[in-house]
Design a protein. Structure first.
Length: 348
């Protein structure tokens, strides 16, 4: 089990990241890849429009569940582009990145770009850090023994078996992201361009529900939404979970330097071009966390350089296959859940 640990940092090692950055920059790996993103955005937008055209052509039919499944994949891919834009990977100017991000996140995906960027930046600043990383502060799950022991009632019962509930809970993640981001843009943290974001979210939700309930029968419409949103949440969860779940969790007062904080809490997933495309390039999580603004297609090229750099400095660089990454995450959830309150305590 890899969980609540505090890794000792050597403050004399602070220049290591500067050394690595010079090598990365000299290799041209921070240069923008406009052609790549032009093709990728065209494919995603084209597939999105094509699937809705097929939806209109099929009409009232149970074959629409296949469209719902395919649309979940395309919406997730649009979310990946929004992610890259939020990290300034796509275009040179901030304004252009924000425009691309808002259109892909709010309009195509239905998730607030401003809310997500704020949350995701906090994650990048403190990955897998207890009390600071919002990605390990999830009400339904516990990622540390401290979280598990604070659970009571139904929450404690779920946490004790959370490894078994993890994938079923992901089926709700799509709806959860829609709801929590809408709350965030309406009344949560400060959001730039709030009016634009609200308008695009309303256009996404209104257009989606209108199309589904006008074209399909009530039963088909409900089934379409369940399949589409369930698979969207499952796909996104299965893409994000391998990145950090089951990796070391740092205490809030940990003083690791930036390079070690990012490398030691992240996991790479190998698997070739298919895995790269399916996970939106996020399977090169170590390189992404070290250089968030590095364009997605350059992460694969940076991998051997970063891997060699870490080996020379005896920094653990963890990489595994997709199935193994899920197994490691589930094992961590199981081990943490077993440390939670006993049944008698949970009912208090």
């Amino acid at each position: 089990m890899v969980s609540d640990i505090s890794l000792e940092a050597d403050p004399r090692r602070g220049s290591d990241y500067a050394d690595l950055s010079r090598q990365i920059r000299a290799a041209g790996l921070l240069d923008r890849r406009h052609g790549y993103y032009a093709v990728r955005i065209s494919l995603v937008v084209g597939a999105f429009a094509g699937l809705w055209a097929l939806f209109a052509r099929l009409g009232e039919s149970w074959w629409q569940l296949g469209v719902a499944a395919a649309l979940a994949v395309v919406i997730a891919q649009a979310g990946f582009i929004g992610h890259d834009a939020g990290h300034r990977q796509v275009a040179r100017s901030r304004r252009a990145n924000d425009l691309i991000g808002i259109l892909h996140a709010n309009l195509l995906t239905g998730i607030s770009y401003g809310w997500w960027v704020d949350k995701h930046n906090r994650h990048h600043a403190h990955p897998n850090t207890e009390g600071k990383d919002p990605d390990i502060s999830v009400a339904a799950l516990s990622f540390t023994t401290n979280q598990a022991r604070r659970q009571r009632g139904l929450g404690a019962l779920i946490v004790r078996h959370q490894a078994y509930f993890f994938f079923p809970l992901l089926l709700l993640e799509g709806l959860h992201l829609h709801a929590i981001s809408l709350w965030g843009v309406l009344g949560g943290r400060r959001i730039a361009r709030r009016g634009v974001e609200v308008g695009l979210l309303a256009l996404h939700l209104g257009g989606y529900l209108t199309a589904v309930f006008v074209v399909l029968s009530p039963a088909q419409a409900v089934a379409f939404i369940v399949v589409n949103q369930g698979l969207l949440g499952l796909y996104l969860g299965c893409s994000f979970a391998p990145n950090h779940k089951g990796m070391p969790i740092l205490s809030a007062d940990d003083d690791l330097d930036y390079l070690r904080r990012q490398v030691l809490t992240s996991r790479n997933v190998h698997g070739g071009p298919v895995v790269d495309a399916a996970l939106g390039g996020l399977n090169y999580q170590i390189e992404h966390h070290l250089f968030p603004s590095m364009p997605c297609p350059n992460l694969r090229r940076a991998r051997p350089l970063v891997q060699r750099f870490c080996a020379e400095r005896d920094i653990a660089y963890h990489e595994t296959g997709l199935g193994r990454s899920w197994a490691e995450g589930l094992r961590h959830l199981h081990d943490v859940g077993s440390e939670g309150p006993r049944t008698s305590d949970a009912n208090r």
